[in-house]
Design a protein around this ligand. Structure first.
Ligand SMILES: N[C@@H](CCC(=O)N[C@@H](CS)C(=O)NCC(=O)O)C(=O)O
Length: 212
């Protein structure tokens, strides 16, 4: 199978990190959503990443759906989220907050680089910034109340990976919005994850689209 997308995307990165942790081999096609849109389109008409192309030629889109498939592949014992019950719901909520924050951060990048007329929507930018701040506050409070090395215990899980990937992206794209002194538990969480070999291997400094 091959994974389409660059590792500066927090969504592509979280899928690739999970695949490595699951020991699943894959080829990486680091196609850019804007520059290589025509290459992505036959696999995903939305021209979005991550897109995972399976050995039978079928393509999976959306990081959550891709990870759902990978979890099924490795089975419930190995899956990096509880199979059911309150622990699963809680994990899915943390992931949704993190990836929602990621959506807002990505949206702010597009707003910044794709508008050539200096005509950004003030309402949209302010809304995204409020949403990002709100999620950071909630995640900080949640993480500060957890003593274990990872969000749901001793072992790394999808929520940990999602939060760390999104924090790195947000920090690179909008350093003003993530002040480590204000969010010390999240900063420590990100540092713990980024220190792992798999996070060091699977990363790429942010290259925003040029808009040309
Ligand atoms: N909800 C999607 C978000 C993926 C996403 O936003 N990908 C960005 C790159 S970071 C993308 O494909 N952007 C191009 C576009 O949306 O047209 C997921 O979880 O996979």
């Amino acid at each position: 199978m091959f994974l389409i997308g660059q590792y500066d995307s927090p969504f592509v990165r979280r899928v690739a990190i999970a695949m490595r942790l699951y020991d699943l081999s894959f080829e990486h096609r680091p196609w850019s959503t804007f520059g290589d849109g025509d290459k992505i389109a036959p696999f995903n008409p939305l021209r979005r990443v991550p897109t995972l192309v399976l050995d039978d030629g079928g393509a999976l889109i959306e990081s959550a759906a891709i990870l759902d498939y990978l979890d099924e592949l490795v089975g419930p014992e190995k899956a990096m989220i509880a199979a059911q019950g309150p622990a699963r719901r809680s994990g899915l909520k943390t992931i949704a907050l993190a990836t929602g924050l990621g959506d807002k951060s990505v949206s702010l990048v597009y707003e910044r680089v794709l508008r050539k007329d200096d005509n950004r929507s003030k309402i949209w930018v302010e809304r995204c910034e409020v949403q990002i701040g709100g999620v950071l506050e909630v995640l900080e409070k949640e993480r500060a109340g957890i003593a274990s090395p990872y969000w749901f215990g001793e072992k790394i899980g999808h929520p940990d990976i999602a939060v760390a990937c999104v924090l790195r992206f947000t920090n690179e794209a909008h350093p003003r919005l993530f002040d480590a002194a204000r969010y010390p538990a999240l900063a420590a969480h990100a540092a713990r994850c980024e220190a792992l070999a798999v996070f060091k291997e699977i990363q790429q400094p942010l290259i925003p689209p040029s808009g040309d």
